[in-house]
Design a protein around this ligand. Structure first.
Ligand code: NAD
Ligand code: DAU
Length: 350
């Protein structure tokens, strides 16, 4: 049986990846390794928590001894690494935490894998999940390809760029089987409401101001999270060793246009008069060093592995709004902090 450690599996994207692997591959044993920071929530995985091929391990990737022991105990065949501090705004106020988890944590995992997998690198795989933000920012035209030079600007993207370089260094230096993917902005269910789309949905529903940074002219390329999980599945199984793939939805939106579209959807869903939710839009001070535009060229993934997004943004956004409206308890537990106390107590008492 193939044993895979998926790090950060209690987070937004990680929970979709864990669910996909647990359900699609009953022959694999899936270990979800997560520290349960503010962003980790085991309620994201309620539907699979008792699956026979699933196990949760609470732990910190910054703790090298713990990671080495986990490799010794579990003897994993592969790692799919998603654990990270992921929010750009938090990286501006606390960059050190990003260096610890995103850089030191990644190197700890690589090194534990290097020690544990010595002599059998051809049978093992280290898959690092990264971001398009490592490429920096675009002007009005052009797209990021796998050949675009790294040019990170925020402490978050600098830490992710650094971790990507370490993964490549382990491939070049030790011959470890590594793969990296760099994806654009995800959206969908279980997205923590500090990020633009879930924050806006929550605030619109609560009739609270919807903060739009600067003039709202920054552009992001949005991808439905389940399409990202499907791409990760494909790349994990099919990519050649040492390769990199960009993942993106070919779906660029100015923030202000996206928020206005969301307001229109929410007016309809909540039975409000047209234009009512848009009155909540509030322009606020811009993010420091705010990247203007991201756009991913995912041609390599399409041509080599046949991946294309499965749904349109309009469909995905509507599904996402419906999910948040149907899961008010999840949202209120997250916004109140209740989820952390409940699951922390549950695991500490085991
Ligand atoms: P998230 O913040 O929702 O989840 C991160 C998870 O990692 C949480 O469950 C958290 O508890 C865990 N974690 C954090 N520090 C840890 C540590 N020291 N040890 C163990 N676990 C720890 O993040 P996300 O949005 O799901 O992103 C997942 C990955 O995908 C990240 O590596 C991120 O850089 C990358 N990514 C995200 C996006 C996006 O749009 N969200 C796009 C491209 C790439
Ligand atoms: O591009 C991939 C990246 O996308 C991932 O690597 C990151 O982990 C993920 O958080 C995301 O980063 P962004 O900074 O693009 O996402 P965020 O949702 O924070 O912001 C999206 C855009 O909306 C960005 O231009 C900033 C703006 N914004 C954000 C918030 C939270 C606002 O205008 N108002 C807000 O309140």
């Amino acid at each position: 049986m193939k044993k895979i450690i998926i790090t950060g599996g209690a987070g937004f994207i990680g929970s979709h990846v864990v669910r996909r692997f647990v359900k699609s591959y009953p022959e694999y044993s899936i270990i979800n390794l997560d520290k349960l920071t503010y962003a980790g929530n085991l309620a994201n995985l309620k539907d699979i928590e008792n699956a026979p091929n699933y196990k949760f391990v609470k732990g910190d990737i910054v703790d090298l001894k713990f990671i080495q022991q986990l490799f010794a105990d579990e003897q994993p065949d592969a790692v799919i690494h998603l654990a990270a501090e992921s929010h750009v705004d938090r990286s501006i106020t606390n960059p050190v935490e990003f260096v610890m988890t995103n850089v030191v944590g990644t190197v700890n995992l690589l090194n534990a894998a290097r020690e544990s997998w010595k002599g059998e690198y051809d049978k093992k795989r280290f898959y690092h999940v990264s971001t398009d933000e490592v490429y920096g920012t675009l002007g009005d035209d052009g797209m990021f390809t796998e050949e675009t030079a790294y040019d990170p600007h925020s402490p978050y993207s600098a830490s992710k760029a650094s971790s990507d370089h370490f993964v490549r260094a382990y491939y070049d230096t030790y011959g470890m089987d590594t793969v990296i993917s760099n994806c654009s902005n995800n959206y969908g269910s279980f997205h923590f409401p500090e990020k633009l789309i879930p924050l806006a949905i929550h605030n619109i529903q609560q009739s609270k101001p919807v903060p739009v940074y600067g003039k709202g002219e920054n552009i992001r390329d949005w991808l439905w999270v389940e399409d990202h999980a499907r791409a990760i599945d494909l790349i994990f199984h099919k990519a050649a060793t040492g390769t990199t793939y960009n993942i993106g939805g070919h779906n660029e939106w100015k923030n202000i246009d996206l928020i206005k579209t969301l307001c229109t959807i929410m007016d309809k869903k909540l039975g409000r008069e047209a234009g009512e939710s848009a009155k909540l839009i509030t322009f606020v001070t811009d993010r420091a060093g705010h990247d203007l535009r991201y756009a991913i060229d995912a041609t390599k993934l399409k041509n080599e592995l046949g991946w294309v997004p499965s749904i349109t943004f309009e469909e995905g956004l509507e599904k996402t709004v419906d999910w948040y409206l149907a899961n008010e308890e999840w949202l209120s537990d997250v916004t109140s902090g209740h989820y952390q106390q409940y699951y922390t107590d549950q695991y500490n008492n085991r």
